[in-house]
Write a protein that binds this ligand. Structure first.
Ligand code: ADP
Ligand code: MG
Length: 699
């Protein structure tokens, strides 16, 4: 059982790590992931009792609280925090003035009191956390660094500086939490996808229910401006919908009676009725929300690296600082006077403190996951679901894109284009096929949905993935499917000169004829491939179970040069392995037969509406409204995210090392070190927001 708990007051990714390792030790927890950016705990456990234990344990962790189910993060104005900092700053200024203009012991006592008040106003939560963490054996975190630095400064008689360290640090923390909170809110906006209520016809009356209470077959009323609560089909004559939440583009979409409408679409005008075809749990909106919530649990390689890095880094830095404070003065004593003593100890101690302060790795630790999170949010806004930060990383480095044909490059709306018979009449052949196809969810099956097939009773239908169907009608066994299927059963179907998809039909030992079914190319297929080309992807391959002629025709139209036709699902798999030798492969598909290939490819994309549940489950990205334009957007955002992550890593490390040297050399005053630390962190966090900025001039 998977459970997501929302929490608040989790202050940093390092604390998230610590909490995660605490929780993973709780008995009954199979897997747990704590995410700082989304403030969630994703828990996998078998019983409710464990959930309660986890909640209890979480509530004991620092200031962290588990929120009640249903309540989401609110945007608070941080009034209290601002006020505290303002008050502390005033006291600090008062302290400086008192220090300047007072004299004698009374004066000293006065300014010490004022400084002390300023220090405690901002510093007491830090002191308390440090103390609590030391008791628990978790020493090296930022709280510890700041406590040591500020107390050290006071011990050296630099009272003002001690206060300033805490003050600037807290100011930085506040700005950071505002910045992070902002990006969290932009995803919360996305969460508004879900409608609060659904107007449902029950016993002849319109009732207001929650979307979860809607059952399949219910008739719903959607008024102008309302969101569609669950997936359904339109009962009214026609409707215009705004798809901006699902596709990222505010385009009006016109649909007619009987056509499908996804939850999350907004009624752009008028009132219409619809029939629910999926319960809320299976509707598009719910899938989107689930995936976004789960995405952060699958961390990208740089993210994992950073947290590991932080774990060893902080103790090392503390060790170095200690050396600087103890060994350096001894060595300098030895050099200056030729004997062992602490030469210029305060000077070295101060360098050590400065060194400690700048070494704080928060810039990295915060900005990297935040950048990935922003990337996932940007994709979600464009109608692309990303199932984990790690997949964004892979998508950024893709060399080859392999496409399935039917339902992926084509619309999957088949129509019958020709019927060729041997011994039966055309209408008989169609009726037999229609009767069997009623049992299939393959897009081809829909071509026959209007054919009357009431004369035939079909049993024992088996679907042979990538080939067709086998069924019995009365005592006869009927095969319908591609050439491969018939050859496999000892038939030699005729050569069909057709540009369409061909399905052959045979009954017992007798070949009955073939049917041509046509399917249109998706409107955006060509430009989507061009867009991917412009992003530097060079190799495009089409892998299909259909005939070569048909595949080649579609490939020419979209601009894909490599075609592999008549593949069985496992042959698609083998071929994908082959492609992988040439660089990372992205596989785009929709069907049940694509699911194994999707797990094999380095990353995979499925169609959210047309796609089979298995494919949506197996893929790493889902295009909610099946629009292939999403592919380019996806790769583009992935590349952008990765660039910015790398920029942040490089920038923070360079700046930090620079400042650490300055600190060790004693050139940098302590307060400036804190300022630099906060500055680097804020710049990195702000940089991560650039993922959101839309670049003009692309298709
Ligand atoms: P693609 O790889 O292009 O998505 P599939 O692997 O789903 O195509 O199907 C491959 C071929 O198998 C189809 O072109 C069709 O000839 C045959 N086929 C599969 N399912 C069916 C079905 N339900 N009815 C008839 N033919 C089918
Ligand atoms: Mg397909």
């Amino acid at each position: 059982m998977k459970k997501i708990l929302h929490i608040e007051n989790l202050d940093c990714p390092v604390c998230a790590e610590a909490l995660q390792s605490d929780l993973s030790k709780v008995k009954g927890v199979n897997a747990v992931s704590v995410d700082y950016v989304t403030q969630t705990i994703t828990l996998d456990t078998d019983n409710e009792e464990t959930v309660q234990k986890v909640i209890k344990k979480t509530n004991k962790f620092e200031e962290v609280r588990v929120l009640e189910e249903g309540s989401t993060l609110k945007k608070d104005g941080k009034r209290k925090e601002w006020l505290t900092i303002f008050l502390s700053a005033l006291l600090f200024i008062a302290g400086i003035l008192t220090e300047q203009f007072s004299s004698g012991t009374v004066g000293k006592v006065c300014y010490l009191i004022v400084y002390g008040a300023a220090y405690l106003a901002v510093g007491y939560p830090v002191l308390i956390s440090t103390f609590k963490n030391i008791i628990k054996g978790r020493i090296f975190d930022e709280n510890f660094l700041m406590t040591v630095a500020s107390i050290g400064a006071v011990a050296l008689g630099e009272y003002g500086e001690g206060v300033l360290v805490m003050l600037l640090y807290q100011l930085g923390e506040l700005l950071q939490s505002i910045a992070v909170g902002n990006s969290r809110c932009s995803v919360a906006e996305l969460m508004e996808l879900k409608s609060e209520t659904a107007t449902v016809l029950k016993d002849g009356e319109w009732k207001i229910l929650s979307p979860e209470e809607v059952t399949i077959g219910d008739v719903l009323l959607i008024k102008g401006g309302e969101k569609v609560p669950v997936d359904g089909i339109l009962l009214s004559e026609s409707a215009t919908l705004d798809t901006k939440y699902m596709t990222g583009e505010s385009e009006p979409k016109r649909i007619k009676q009987g056509e499908e409408l996804l939850s999350g679409y907004i009624n752009a005008g008028g009132v219409y009725e619809m029939k629910a075809v999926r319960p809320y749990e299976d509707s598009a909106v719910c899938k989107v929300l689930d995936m976004v919530e789960n995405a952060t649990a699958r961390k990208a390689a740089p993210e994992k690296f950073i947290t590991k890095f932080a774990r060893v880094y902080t103790p090392i830095v503390c060790g170095l600082a200690l050396l600087l404070a103890v060994v350096a003065p001894l060595v300098s004593g030895l050099i200056v006077e030729g004997r062992l003593f602490f030469n210029e100890f305060p000077r070295w101690a101060k360098s050590a403190l400065t060194f400690l302060v700048v070494s704080c790795p928060c810039a990295l630790i915060i900005s990297v996951p935040l950048t990935y999170f922003t990337g996932i949010g940007v994709c979600a806004k464009k109608g692309i679901l990303v199932k984990g930060a790690m997949y964004l990383d892979v998508a950024a480095k893709i060399k080859t894109v392999a496409f399935d044909k039917t339902g992926t490059l084509t619309e999957g709306n088949f129509t019958v284009c020709g019927v060729h018979v041997t011994s039966v009449t055309k209408s008989e052949l169609l009726a037999v096929v229609a009767a069997i196809e009623k049992n299939s969810s393959h897009p081809i099956a829909r071509a026959f949905s209007t054919v009357d097939s009431s004369d035939y009773i079909v049993d024992n239908v088996t679907e042979i993935s990538g080939q067709g169907l086998c069924a019995t009608i009365g005592k006869n066994t009927v095969l319908i499917g591609n050439e491969k299927l018939l050859k496999g059963h000892g038939f030699t179907p005729p050569d069909c000169d057709s540009i369409y998809t061909v399905i052959h039909v045979a009954k017992d030992g007798e070949y009955l004829g073939w049917i041509e079914v046509g399917d249109r190319l998706k409107e955006e297929a060509h430009s989507a491939v061009q867009d991917l080309k412009s992003l530097g992807i060079q190799r495009f391959v089409m892998l299909t179970g259909d005939r070569y002629e048909r595949a080649q025709k579609i490939a020419n139209e979209v601009g894909v040069y490599e075609v592999k036709a008549q593949l069985l699902p496992d042959e698609k798999l083998l071929y994908t392995e082959e492609l992988k030798k040439d660089g990372l492969v992205m596989y785009v598909g929709d069907g049940v037969n694509d699911a194994p290939v999707m797990s094999e490819a380095d990353c995979s994309v499925s169609m959210g509406t047309l796609g089979s549940a298995a494919a949506v489950e197996a893929s790493d990205f889902v295009l909610i409204s099946d629009n292939l334009k999403g592919l380019g957007e996806c790769v583009r955002t992935a590349k952008r995210t990765r660039t910015i992550v790398m920029q942040n890593i490089l920038f923070s490390i360079l700046m930090k090392t620079g400042f650490m040297f300055l600190g060790a050399a004693g050139v940098l005053p302590l307060w400036l070190a804190v300022f630099a630390d906060v500055g680097v962190m804020l710049l990195a966090v702000l940089n991560s927001f650039r993922v959101r900025i839309k670049k003009k001039n692309h298709v």
